[in-house]
Design a protein around this ligand. Structure first.
Ligand code: BG6
Length: 509
């Protein structure tokens, strides 16, 4: 495999949680597999005053807890830690960028990295307005000597207007090819596998359209609450936090046309086309197509759990949604009139992300008494997490007299590939950026198209108090009215369990 060019990874927000839990451990994983270039360093920037040694020992803890590859050799870890440097830095102060440039020049000489720099903005989004401009002012976006790449963490804007503003600002200082908008869902092995499942098998694609698919269901459920992120979540809610980015992306991958080539332009063009084909939901119809909910206090396995309004940093009268269920359509030749049902929420019974393709029943029910089973069989479940895998459900004859049909499972679990290493999402995405491959990063136009679809829903929720925020007890599958949304089409949600092959009310969660 090709190795990335020598470079320095500069992390803004290096004293924060993301750096500690995800970024530095992910880069360690790359180091441990010999995937980093020979000359490489990390420069962490943060407000907290820290010496290099203190930064390294904090990062060591992070690696020991969160790296995918367990530390086997202290000396090896030490070699990695020595590549880590820290510089106390006030992101808001333009003067400090001159010092940063000096610091980078020194490290560049010391490590011989040919002025190749990746800048990772692991900061609150308000800093996105400052960092690119100041880097450009120091000539640090100029690629005449060495590559300069900018990684932007979500949220990419707060609505369509702010997303457009952000894109415009970023493009003032960096070219689109230099900008890497990271969505960790695209880094998940199982999400990438969607492309392979669809486009490397002859048996699925002929059926993958409105002629054979009845509806598509996408679930992103979490069994945790907002924890200490209440302050952030209050201004976000499930629509901005999960649906606008992660779950619409999954819909995009399920619905896209086969790309001409597996490369960044072709794949991203196809995803953008899906987003442009989303049927707009008019503000006046929002209540018809969406359900919003908020978890309330309850008991889970005998333990009291707080409601959302009691969480730290949350307004006691908050109307922020912690659950969304919605129905959408993709208006193109392949998907016309096939409903996509999407749901996501916090404090649901289990953590599971999956896509279920529900195929149409046979045109004629030969085994008439089994009509209800016919409706439900032939589901393809693509499990993103946990118990990653793929499950096909189909009808088989019950042995014995008559022709009774029952649903059976054919399943593949990644865990069966015992010696296959599943890299973490950040590991994969950081390596791609190091290699200059933006395929698994969002492009600005697609982000704007997703906001364009979501905007009227958010506006209606904000402006129309008659649209209810339904309470649901923490630990349940959300407000019961979300069943009505799907039942009007005479179908039901799948209630997934921890194990891919199980579903229903009685299973391990
Ligand atoms: C993040 C959201 O983007 O994704 C979090 O901000 C959410 O609220 C997380 O918990 C879910 O990611 P995963 O990989 O655990 O499904």
């Amino acid at each position: 495999m090709n190795q990335p060019k020598n470079h320095i990874l500069v992390i803004f927000g290096a004293s924060g949680d993301l750096t500690y839990r995800k970024l530095v451990p992910a880069v360690y994983d790359l180091f441990d597999q010999n995937l980093l270039p020979e000359n490489f360093a990390i420069l962490g920037l943060g407000r907290t005053e820290l010496e290099n040694d203190a930064f390294r020992s904090k990062m060591k803890e992070g690696i020991e807890q969160f790296a995918m590859n367990k530390v086997k050799d202290e000396k090896h870890l030490q070699t990695y830690l020595e590549k880590l440097h820290y510089f106390s830095f006030d992101t808001k102060s333009p003067d400090e960028y001159t010092l940063l440039k000096g610091q980078l020049r020194e490290l560049d000489e010391q490590y011989n990295t040919n002025s190749n720099f990746i800048f990772y903005m692991a900061t609150p989004p308000s800093m996105y307005e400052i960092i690119p401009e100041q880097l450009a002012a120091q000539g640090l976006s100029d690629e005449k000597t060495g590559f300069k790449r900018l990684i932007v963490e979500k949220p990419f804007g707060y609505d369509l207007a702010t997303a457009k503003k952000l894109n415009k600002e970023l493009l003032q200082y960096f070219k689109e090819e230099q900008i890497y908008r990271i969505d960790h869902y695209l880094g998940k092995e199982t999400v990438q596998n969607l492309l392979v499942t669809r486009f490397s098998n002859g048996i699925f694609e002929p059926l993958w359209n409105r002629n054979y698919i009845h509806h598509v269901e996408i679930t992103g459920a979490e069994n945790i609450g907002v924890g200490n992120r209440g302050g952030y979540y209050e201004g976000s809610g499930a629509m901005r936090d999960m649906i606008q980015n992660h779950l619409l992306l999954l819909a995009g991958l399920v619905a896209m046309e086969p790309p001409a080539l597996i490369d960044s332009t072709n794949i991203r063009n196809e995803i953008a086309k899906v987003f442009h084909s989303l049927r707009p939901i008019d503000e006046k119809d929002v209540a018809k197509y969406t359900i919003r909910g908020q978890y309330t206090a309850s008991k889970i396995k005998g333990e009291d759990v707080k409601g959302y309004r009691e969480e730290q940093g949350v307004d006691p009268n908050s109307r922020t949604e912690t659950f969304v269920a919605m129905k959408l359509f993709i208006d193109n030749w392949r998907w016309a009139d096939v409903p996509f049902y999407i749901r996501s929420g916090k404090m649901l019974p289990t953590r599971v992300t999956e896509i279920v393709i529900h195929f149409k029943a046979t045109p004629h029910h030969l085994f008439a008494d089994n009509e209800s089973i016919c409706k439900n069989y032939n589901q393809l479940v693509i499990r993103i997490q946990p118990d990653e895998g793929v499950l096909l459900k189909f009808g088989m004859k019950v042995p014995g007299a008559g022709f009774n049909v029952q649903n059976v499972n054919m399943d593949f679990h990644y865990s069966e590939l015992s010696d296959t290493y599943l890299p973490s999402a950040y590991e994969r995405l950081l390596l791609d950026c190091m290699m200059g491959d933006g395929t698994l990063y969002h492009r600005g136009d697609a982000v704007e198209a997703a906001w364009k679809f979501v905007d009227p829903i958010l506006n209606a929720w904000k402006n129309d108090n008659s649209i209810p925020v339904h309470g649901y007890p923490a630990g349940s599958w959300g407000p019961d009215v979300s069943d009505d949304l799907i039942e009007e089409d005479d179908i039901a949600w799948r209630y997934p369990c921890k194990n891919l092959s199980d579903d229903g009310n009685y299973c391990e969660l």
